[in-house]
Design a protein around this ligand. Sequence first.
Ligand code: GUN
Length: 311
Amino acid sequence: MKNVPRLLDGVAIASAIKAEVALEVKELAGKGVVPGLAVILVGHVPASEIYVRSKVKTCGELGIYSEMLTPPESITTDEMLALVAELNARPEIDGILIQLPLPKHVDTKRLLEAVSPDKDVDGFHPVNAGRLQAGQPGLAPCTPAGIIEILKRSNLPIAGQNAVVVGRSDIVGKPAAMMLLNASATVTVCHSKTRDLPKITREADLLVAAIGRAGFVTPEMVKPGATLIDVGINRVTDAAEVKEFFDSDPAREATFAKRGSVVVGDIHPKAFEIAGAYTPVPGGVGALTIAMLMHNTVKAAKLRRGIAMEK
Ligand code: GUN
């Protein structure tokens, strides 16, 4: 019988989370609290502009106050540090997000460490990485937090599962591994120096791909029935490559014909066919990131004021 994998709908789960956040915002309003998010967008990076606009718009929809700061490309590290210090000191700002990437001349690491850990809604500060590691309350990075939400809300087991994370970035791979470990999975983290990667990924009940290479995880690397979580967002513009990925998918071929590109995850679409469940690209993990940012902003507002979290 043909395998019918379960599609994990990130858009629907994100909507549910946003509705819950909107309720929490309402409750806070009763206490005279309006959560506030400041987003810093440096220079003109088209992709970043789209993301930031979407973040600000979502704040508006949920009743979160937001501010967008747009310093020019020429801003120095010291000027950025002064800007962050100002936001750290402002009581009505609960979350500070520095949209990445920053221009090359700006010291990104120094800046991320300058954000007050209590306002670090991206969860990028080493103090929050430490809190995550120690199992203490804090702000966790949005994309890996979104992965956990997808699994939990889809009633997919984590405890006792063999989870394999491919990719070890500070933003996704490492924190995702830590969160899966905290949820009692048996976790393996793989990367570019890993020997015989397919042997390891084939053992995964739960496979998280966060490498940044289109279609990197092929069907031969996947255990039939596994849950596949695809974090990659790769734009493919080569017609032969599109054909290789989406040979019999008229919708994708039509998108390519219209736009000259299609978005592909880190997992080869043919690998999804043998999965038990999978997150599509687009419409999977990526859809959760902004919802989790909103969640973190409300969480930061509560933590900073000593208001108990619902969960
Ligand atoms: N650039 C791309 N994704 C992100 C993100 O999640 N946070 C920030 N700050 N910058 C990004």
